[in-house]
Design a protein around this ligand. Structure first.
Ligand SMILES: NC(=O)c1ccc[n+]([C@@H]2O[C@H](COP(=O)([O-])OP(=O)(O)OC[C@H]3O[C@@H](n4cnc5c(N)ncnc54)[C@H](O)[C@@H]3O)[C@@H](O)[C@H]2O)c1
Length: 455
């Protein structure tokens, strides 16, 4: 009798699993990826995807390609690859295009970025040189250190948005689905104003050339109104304002941002949760960076640096929760410095000095010296965001929710619903991401309680 009951229950469960899974539309046909800014990160992602497709390399650093997900109990031994569990676009079906303020094709831009070695780029040259940018929407007021030469002209911002919309519509004819990702330079720090509150005020602002509307928001507006999901890899508030959330929900075009979490902040969100879990106090955290790529040059301008600083500063406050733990974290001295140092190119060096204290207030120090390759870390993050946003759009439960907070895992300054503090702890973010995947596929969530193993 008990066995019969269990069997019936199992049947019901697997039926509901099938029902949930069947609601996620399959990833049929070509996925078009429109990349704003074909610089170091973008070209490293595009070249990397092609290298993987040709079997020249493994997609290291990409959770969508290499990660597994545990299903059911630990004793079930069921851990499929994520890409076999959820219907993600196959890398062979991904088609790239994009915009830049310079006319270089992706091969030339990748050579200029000097991230990948010459041999790799030469092998991929015939593919990469075919991807040529479309002229960009750009205004030097928003990125002081760059002077674009391949730029759209329009009578106002509305006209420029219409030109991006025309680019999207033309590309849409060649593929089945489209996602847009911002991999372009960091714009100056701007906070949302009245123009960013409603669709009506924003559209009026486009007509009136409102200075509060940055180029990144012209792209985002164009994408969202065309039902194209938008990911923001840079620290500006681009889609982190009421109008973009409204457009995202209205057009079922998921959004996420801000700022790829790659080097130093990635390390911070690994280390800080560990210190907090053990109730170790922190007096100071000094984060120093030097980098010599074009991103570094742009961030050398104080107004662009301000965008980055705000994005980099948030994580510690939210992880340590000084209001809950005043004895441990109330007076942390947190300083972030980014220094442009051309000899290093894309090989960024980050130093962290962390002054901690333990039992009876005894002081200790932690030093982290991360000698990383910025774009090597960012490329798989950008790829995963694109693939997951496309999945979100095919998932009825996610597509009209606007912000995809479950993608915080990849972001330095995660966008959340109004009134909700962002979750920065990498391990909570990872659990949230995987539980979201389990949930949309009708699998049980994993709580790690595990008492049942001891019944
Ligand atoms: N590399 C990382 O680890 C990392 C981490 C977090 C965030 N980011 C952010 O990602 C972005 C890209 O970084 P990167 O190292 O590739 O920089 P990059 O300077 O190499 O590339 C940016 C590209 O954007 C182009 N561009 C600038 N404004 C544009 C516009 N309005 N429209 C179209 N193209 C435009 C530039 O010409 C350049 O080719 C930056 O904002 C950076 O802060 C990078």
């Amino acid at each position: 009798m008990a066995t019969k009951k269990l069997a019936t229950k199992k049947k019901v469960v697997s039926k509901s699993k099938r029902a949930a899974a069947s609601k996620v539309k399959p990833a049929k046909g070509k996925l078009g990826v429109m990349v704003v800014g074909l610089g170091a990160v973008a070209t490293t992602m595009i070249a990397g995807v092609e290298a993987v497709r040709r079997g020249l390399a493994k997609p290291i650093g990409s959770l969508t390609q290499m990660g597994t997900i545990r299903l059911g109990k630990r004793t079930d031994s069921k851990s499929p690859l994520i890409k076999d569990f959820v219907p993600l676009a196959d890398l062979n079906d991904v088609v790239f295009t994009g915009w830049d303020i310079f006319k270089d094709n992706v091969y030339e831009a990748a050579v200029h970025a000097a991230v990948l070695d010459k041999d790799t780029l030469t092998q991929l040259k015939p593919y990469l040189e075919k991807i040529k940018p479309m002229p960009a929407v750009f205004d030097q007021y928003y990125v002081k250190r760059l002077n674009g030469t391949y730029v759209k002209k329009g009578k106002n911002k509305r006209d420029l948005a219409n030109q991006i919309i025309a680019d999207i519509q033309a590309f849409k004819k060649t593929v089945d689905r489209v996602v847009m990702i911002w991999c372009a330079s960091t714009e100056i720090y701007l906070e949302p104003t009245a123009v960013h509150q409603t669709i009506k005020s924003f559209e009026k602002g486009l007509e009136n050339d409102d200075p509060g509307i940055a180029p990144s928001q012209i792209y985002a507006y164009a994408a969202l109104t065309q039902g194209v999901p938008f990911a923001n890899g840079a620290p500006m508030v681009t889609v982190d304002c009421p109008v973009m959330v409204e457009l995202s929900k209205k057009h079922s075009a998921p959004i996420c941002g801000k700022d790829f979490k790659t080097g130093q902040t990635f390390m911070k969100t690994v280390l800080a949760p560990g210190l907090k879990a053990r109730m170790l106090g922190v007096k100071g955290w000094f984060s120093f960076n030097m980098l010599g790529n074009r991103d570094g040059e742009v961030l050398d301008d104080p107004e662009s640096f301000r965008s980055k600083e705000v994005s980099k500063m948030g994580s510690l406050d939210y992880i340590f929760q000084p209001e809950l733990y005043p004895d441990l974290y109330k007076d942390i001295y947190h300083k972030v410095r980014i220094n442009y140092y051309p000899p290093r190119g894309d090989d960024k060096e980050a130093w962290d000095n962390i002054d901690i204290f333990g039992w009876l207030n005894y002081p200790m120090q932690i030093k982290v010296n991360f000698q990383c390759k910025d774009s090597i870390l960012a490329a798989p993050v950008a790829l995963d965001l694109v693939l997951f946003l496309d999945l979100a759009q095919r998932t009825p439960e996610l597509r009209s929710r606007g912000i995809q907070e479950w993608l915080s895992f990849y972001l330095k300054s995660p966008q959340t619903a109004d009134g909700l503090y962002p979750e920065h702890d990498l391990f909570i973010q990872s659990m949230k991401l995987k539980n979201t995947l389990r949930h949309i596929m009708g699998e049980d969530l994993i709580t790690h309680l595990g008492l049942e193993y001891y019944d």
